[in-house]
Ligand binder design. Structure first.
Ligand code: SF4
Length: 439
């Protein structure tokens, strides 16, 4: 069969100027994994094309037998347009990803089949069924077991690729109310790849810098420590996601990550209010451990990228000023500020829907930068303006220069990363928001 796998569908954001767009399409900075993993496990008798729409165009004239589109909520509209166009030509379309998995009844209106859960667990069965003309409308989630492996990718990336990407683990045992990743149909099943498989894939990745796409490498410290020890001497530079608890309390873990080549830790701090952390059920976070987590990372000459979310029910007007003050005291190197977004399928979406607080189901607005629900203790506009103020305050020219200069003490790689991430964040912060929320 002639198969097309599409990911990273492009909403055609016109706010990007020609120069920015050219940069975005020339450099694969954070390459996606899904399509290349699916392609890697597809039997060789099939002819597979992978399109990441951000970097390449879809050829609607090709006579494909099967098109698989993998997407998240904010790009659902474009994914459905592509699906409808192929189906008009009589081509079989399969949809996968967090959004169709959360809303299969919506997705099936644009598809012949919907893959729930992790795509690769059902992909081979789906291909067999299609060849026998017995495609099912829905493929239920399957749990990982010993026979299932997260496949290594084997498809070349388009453009000039700066960063490689890999996954060592899947899932997360925590159940934060807002997190779409861990509320996938069938439940989030934490799974670790054999360490030697991960090491073999790292060795095969040509890029010097690799991003671990795992939800968190601190969930199973013993596993990650083994991985880090085996990475020593591979001469790679890595970026990892992790949680504050382990990074604050396990100095050996932090040191081993540095020895493995870690340049920066991305931490979902989410809030500097313990009341808010308790409300969302983020068990890994204790606000009074944040300082120690950042100190351990900086002491080992790595950078800290912090993520913060605003709009929780306990957030009041001073949440913005309190957060800016605290992250300046913490000396975080790069920060991302998001507006709470209740993605379909998450407990928070269901709760806000019950309470009549979902303001729009225009999925294109579910980008983490628009207000799509009624906050409890402020107006939607106060929330939007508050997050804008966070960007303005944190990415002011003087504070950005101070931060970037400060990162020089971490060494050349963390410094370059902090410089690049601050430059991109400054560029994005000017265009990430719609001018007014529309309900
Ligand atoms: S710890 Fe992170 S990945 Fe796990 S449920 Fe919470 S937000 Fe999601």
């Amino acid at each position: 069969m002639k198969i097309l796998i599409i990911e990273n569908v492009w909403m055609g954001d016109d706010s990007y100027k020609f120069f920015d767009k050219t940069l975005l399409t020339m450099f694969s900075i954070l390459p996606t994994l899904y399509a290349r993993q699916i392609a890697a496990i597809t039997p060789k008798k099939h002819d597979v094309t992978v399109v990441n729409e951000r970097y390449s165009k879809i050829n609607f004239e090709e006579p494909y037998d099967l098109v698989n589109i993998n997407f998240t909520t904010s790009t659902a509209q474009r994914a459905y347009e592509i699906a409808d166009r192929f189906r008009k030509k009589g081509i079989t379309v399969v949809l996968s990803g967090l959004h169709p998995a959360a809303l299969p009844n919506e997705a099936i209106k644009h598809a012949d089949s919907v893959l729930l859960g992790r795509g690769e667990l059902n992909w081979l069965k789906l291909l067999e069924d299609l060849e026998k003309n017995k495609l099912k409308p829905v493929y239920d989630p399957i749990r990982y077991n010993e026979s299932v492996h997260i496949p290594p990718t084997n498809i070349k990336l388009p453009g000039f690729v700066i960063t490689g990407a890999i996954e060592a683990t899947r899932g997360c045992p925590y159940k934060c109310e807002f997190c779409p990743e861990t509320n996938i149909p069938g439940g989030s099943h934490y799974y670790t790849r054999p360490v030697d498989d991960v090491i073999a894939e790292i060795k095969a990745i040509p890029q010097k810098t690799i991003m671990f796409y795992d939800n968190s490498l601190t969930i199973h410290p013993k596993y990650s420590k083994t991985l880090f020890k085996k990475m020593k001497g591979l001469h790679k530079k890595i970026l990892c996601n992790g949680n504050a608890d382990v990074l604050a309390n396990d100095e050996e873990f932090v040191r081993l990550s540095k020895e493995a080549g870690c340049v920066a830790w991305l931490i979902g701090f989410e809030s500097v209010s313990q009341k808010t952390i308790d409300e969302i059920g983020k068990k890994t976070n204790k606000v009074d451990e944040y300082f120690q987590a950042v100190k351990n990372i900086h002491d080992n000459k790595m950078a800290v990228i912090g993520c913060f979310i605003f709009g929780f029910d306990t957030d009041i007007h001073n949440a913005f000023d309190d957060t800016l003050k605290t992250i300046k005291e913490l000396k975080i190197d790069v920060a991302d500020f998001c507006i709470l977004t209740p993605f379909p399928g998450t407990p928070i979406f269901n709760r806000l829907k019950r309470e009549g607080r979902i303001l729009t189901k225009d999925w294109a607005k579910y980008t983490l930068k628009n207000v799509v629900f009624q906050p409890k203790q402020m107006t939607p506009d106060e929330l939007l303006q508050g997050v804008r103020r966070m960007y303005a305050g944190f990415y002011s020219t003087s504070y950005t220069i101070e931060r970037v200069c400060r990162s020089l003490r971490l060494g050349i790689y963390p410094f370059l990363l902090v410089l690049a991430r601050n430059a991109v964040a400054t560029m994005n912060s000017k265009k990430l928001f719609v001018s007014k929320h529309e309900n």
